[in-house]
Design a protein around this ligand. Structure first.
Ligand code: AR6
Length: 167
């Protein structure tokens, strides 16, 4: 498995699957989620609505992952995962690690060989970048997966520098 870092926009990555930092509603939001739905088009939301109506009536639980089409993105699938909101009083790092493990499990089920991840939970959900970099890099390194190419796509240069130092 090769892990690479990219400074850029996850919606521009030509990979088998891009991971979305979604919320449990699966119905869109801001940040990466907003960008993926905007650039990928309405097909993604249509599949998310079907998932809500079938498997996830109560929403996708934190730490889990599910795939849809990638619509017009240069990828085949979007894997939606729900990161934990950061807490200063409770250790939720297991849930953050679970996002990466669950996403790679779904990627394996799809037969995806290349996967692009954003830094899940580090925006609206408030997770400190350095801790998120440590957890996500450790988790994917230890994952038992057939995915060969894992890209962390960092939106700003500060986030990129933090991941680079950890890698
Ligand atoms: N490509 C790569 N990274 C990005 C992009 C992009 N286009 N846009 C933002 N980031 P966030 P969360 C970075 O807030 O913290 C949404 O409203 C961003 O700088 O997208 O898991 C959902 O619907 C940050 O480092 O996700 C949920 O309600 C990282 O991606 C909630 O936000 C994650 O930021 C999820 O919050």
């Amino acid at each position: 498995m090769q892990i690479t870092l990219v400074h850029g926009d996850i919606t521009e990555q030509s990979v088998d699957a891009v991971v979305n930092a979604a919320n449990s509603s699966l119905l869109g939001g801001g940040g990466v989620d907003g960008a993926i739905h905007r650039r990928g088009g309405p097909e993604i939301l249509a599949e998310c609505r079907l998932l809500r109506a079938s498997r996830y009536g109560k929403g996708l639980p934190t730490g889990e992952a599910v795939a849809t089409t990638a619509g017009r993105l240069p990828a085949r699938w979007v894997i939606h995962t729900v990161g934990p909101v950061h807490s200063r009083t409770e250790d939720r790092s297991g849930l953050l690690a679970s996002c990466y493990r669950a996403s790679l499990r779904v990627a394996d089920e799809l037969g995806a060989r290349s996967v692009a991840f954003p830094a899940v939970s580090t925006g609206v959900y408030g997770w400190p970048m350095d801790d998120a970099a440590r957890i996500s890099l450790e988790t994917v390194r230890q994952a038992d997966t057939a995915v060969e190419d894992i890209r962390f796509v960092l939106f700003d240069s500060a986030a990129y520098a933090v991941f680079e130092a950890r890698l």
